[in-house]
Design a protein around this ligand. Structure first.
Ligand code: F0G
Length: 351
């Protein structure tokens, strides 16, 4: 069957009007990759069934496209001509792409110097007006929430309920890919907390079993873990550099109702998991996307999660090419050789 995006696939679960014109880039249908080698490393001999939901394979390279197809579709339906968001980068790129496809003007506010190169490049390429602010994501979110009160502009951050409606299809897809079963654990990074809220909505609505939710925050940006707004959030995982999540309350509900856990992982833990993912499974993600794995590894090591015969799904939220700067900074330089077969043979011989 042809895949035409998440709205068409899961239309009966989404509250759109009959006559809505769908704006889609055929998002969704991302692979659920079994990760046996990684499972054996983070939970030796436990028969952990570990799956990677590779959301970086969405059209703009992140999970945001599921929610954005819904938000832009509804914005167009309601007659919007301009959309706006604050973003650490991925929402910006996604909004820019779907706005382009719908012929809308798109403004994105990003924290100066704290947006990964691939996200900036894409937002500009799609024709968004990129506004760099000398503040954090949280400052930008305050600004856009206020401007839409004053001007006829549609807000497409995840405070917009349509974003969660589209995003929840990720939960439907996981259950479908696991042949109608829910995993035992659902692990993911938490920033503004839209994704964790949407997944929980999705699992509840689909009603085919519910996982326990494990959320990971970066230690320097962990307001939900500490219970306190972080005024100056910091982390190498710039996607989740957020100090005051808009969907905080819903995230707590998801954690509470699912018997879940939220934990902080250090930047070193995040990078170690990022490295493991790429080098043991061949899956390249942006650093924030490794946070779910880092959280799972930590909780297993601490004895808080028993992995024995369990199924866990980790959401890999964004593609590695989003943040080439961090990838190159983490790597050793390439080897340089003269362009001769002798030089190559010598290199192979280890001299
Ligand atoms: N992973 C990536 C790659 C992200 O870009 C984000 C959020 C998250 C995880 C966290 O998801 O906010 O729903 O808890 N990025 C937003 C943005 C904030 O502007 O692109 P969340």
């Amino acid at each position: 069957m042809r895949w035409n995006g998440v709205i068409q696939k899961y239309r009966s679960y989404l509250p759109f009007d009959e006559d809505v014109q769908i704006i889609s880039l055929n998002e969704g249908n991302t692979p659920l990759i079994k990760a046996d080698r990684l499972a054996e490393i983070i939970a030796p001999k436990a028969n952990l069934q570990l799956y990677l939901k590779y959301e970086g394979l969405n059209p703009t390279g992140s999970f945001k496209d599921r929610g954005m197809t819904a938000a832009i579709t509804q914005a167009v339906h309601e007659g919007a001509k301009t959309v706006i968001c604050a973003s650490t980068g991925n929402t910006a790129a996604s909004a820019a792409a779907y706005a382009a496809r719908a012929g809308l003007r798109c403004l994105v506010l990003v924290p100066e110097g704290k947006i990964a190169l691939g996200k900036l490049a894409a937002s500009l390429a799609y024709g968004a007006e990129v506004i760099s602010i000398d503040g954090s994501f949280d400052d930008g979110l305050d600004m856009v929430r206020e401007i839409v009160e004053r001007q006829p502009i549609a807000l497409v951050n995840s405070v917009n309920p349509w974003r969660l409606e589209g995003q929840k299809t990720g939960a439907f897809e996981i259950i479908d890919q696991l042949d109608g079963r829910s995993p035992d654990w659902h692990c993911l990074p938490v920033g503004n907390a839209g994704n964790i809220s949407a997944y929980w909505m999705g699992y509840k609505q689909y009603d085919k079993g519910r996982p326990r939710i494990l959320g990971g925050q970066a230690a320097g940006s962990a307001p939900i873990v500490t219970g306190k707004v972080v005024e100056k959030p910091e982390t190498i995982a710039t996607a989740i550099r957020i100090g005051n999540p808009a969907r905080w309350r819903q995230a707590l509900e998801a954690l509470d109702e699912s018997g879940g856990i939220i934990t902080a992982v250090t930047d070193d833990d995040i990078l170690a998991s990022w490295n493991l993912l790429a080098k043991t499974e061949g899956v390249f993600v942006e650093p924030a996307s490794a946070t779910g794995i880092a959280a799972l590894k930590q909780q297993i090591e601490m004895g808080a999660i028993d992995p024995t015969n369990k199924t866990a799904v980790c959401i890999l939220t964004g593609h590695g090419l989003k943040d080439p700067g961090t990838a190159v900074a983490q790597a050793t330089d390439p080897h340089t050789l003269p362009a001769t077969i002798e030089a190559l043979e010598k290199y192979l011989a280890g001299s």
